[in-house]
Design a protein around this ligand. Structure first.
Ligand code: G3I
Length: 356
């Protein structure tokens, strides 16, 4: 009896220390509700035991935060380096997780050999086609969904296509012709892996607004004309814990009504932090509500099939360096891998879902 008491105390201590609970994990709750719950991953952290065990226990999908971007995966004109991407895929395979690929076409994190030299549109088109077909071909049947295009619309009013190397600097041959240049990217990716789901992914388009209106018009046009697009990713980088949930739900609804899937692809909820990186407990509660409500908006539409966060521990998040450490604490686990109120709110929302 005395042994039992001590034993149970240790179990409780372990549960609190690791953030696990006797109820379902996030991953179990997602599996049972037929949802994907994913997170961005940095392969260099996989050797850290708590990082790897938390990742495998809590998520059924991973996405490389940086290592499938051009500068890493295509470091020289004739060189592809799949080593870090392969490491993530191997981790996913050994833990029965899906992989989202990110990203084939973006204006950031491109290598100098690509951006530092003048080329004709024909030359650039050949380079992009070779890149997309090589990368998607390498991960054929291993990466289940790709962000084919990332952030092609800018933040101006009225919304325009962003001026990029791919669109009009000099572009791949369709400068001034709207979203036409993106069609080729989707077709090249589809040719390399007809089984992969192909996504358009963007930031600040989660609610109904001019940017999501522009993306909506493009996706509707692509669907009508048979361009192989399967989904839209809403990044969901929230700068405060007060999302307009009604508008987010309405937006998800209109996109899924087009017959495409929606994935929440990069969610984090940045909070003000002190010099030690700590947030106020009241803000952590508001953050929990934000995660819960965004999940609820997704779960309300059967075409919204994935909720993914941009990292999972506050120990490793882009928010800190990006905000000069005035913001942080944006994710589901704290820097010691303890589950935060946001974790429990998201877990409970998934647990209560009756989608299956
Ligand atoms: O690779 C260098 C490394 O050699 C060097 O030692 C180190 C020193 O700081 O920097 C490394 O590069 C960093 C790179 O990530 C790879 O880790 C850059 O400094 C850093 O700025 C870069 O940040 C990434 C950012 O995209 C680039 O814009 C973040 O990790 C990544 O979280 C962020 O992710 C984007 C999504 O892809 C698209 N949506 C927005 C999201 C947040 O910005």
């Amino acid at each position: 009896m005395r042994y039992m008491t001590r034993c149970c105390w240790w179990i409780s201590f372990f549960i609190l220390a690791t953030g696990a609970s006797s109820s379902q994990t996030l991953r179990e709750a997602a599996d049972r509700s037929g949802m994907l719950v994913g997170t961005a991953v940095r392969p260099q952290q996989l050797s850290e035991s708590l990082y790897a065990t938390t990742l495998a226990r809590e998520f059924n999908m991973i996405e490389p935060e940086d290592v499938m971007k051009w500068e890493t995966i295509h470091p020289a004109p004739e060189t592809f380096d799949f080593s870090q991407g392969d490491q993530l895929v191997a981790f996913a395979v050994s833990h029965q997780m899906k992989v989202r690929g990110h990203t084939l076409t973006w204006h950031q994190q491109n290598p100098k050999w690509l951006t530092g030299q003048q080329r004709t549109p024909e030359q650039l088109a050949r380079i992009l086609e070779q890149h997309i077909k090589t990368v998607v071909g390498h991960y054929r049947d291993k990466v289940s969904a790709w962000d084919v295009i990332n952030e092609a619309f800018d933040e101006t009013t009225p919304v325009k296509l962003r001026s990029t190397i791919w669109y009009d600097q000099p572009g791949i041959g369709y400068a001034g012709k709207g979203s036409r240049y993106m069609e080729n990217c989707f077709r090249w990716a589809h040719a390399a892996d007809p089984g992969a789901l192909l996504f358009y992914n963007d930031v600040e388009a989660e609610a109904v607004n001019p940017k999501s209106d522009a993306i909506y018009a493009m996706v509707r046009d692509f669907r009508r004309r048979g361009v192989p697009i399967d989904g839209v990713g809403f990044q969901m980088h929230l700068g405060n814990p007060h999302p307009d949930v009604a508008s987010i739900s309405q937006n998800i609804g209109r996109f899924t009504a087009l017959g495409v899937k929606v994935h929440i692809t990069e969610m984090d909820v940045a909070l003000p932090v002190d010099a030690d990186g700590n947030a106020h407990s009241a803000d952590l509660q508001l953050q929990a509500i934000a995660y819960r409500d965004v999940a609820s908006a997704c779960l309300a539409h059967t075409g919204c099939t994935a909720i993914q966060t941009w990292g999972f521990t506050d120990k490793y998040s882009w928010i800190g360096s990006h905000s000069k450490h005035t913001q942080g604490a944006a994710l589901l686990f704290d820097r010691e891998y303890r589950a935060k109120p946001a974790y429990e709110a998201l877990r409970k929302m998934l647990e209560s879902s009756r989608r299956r």
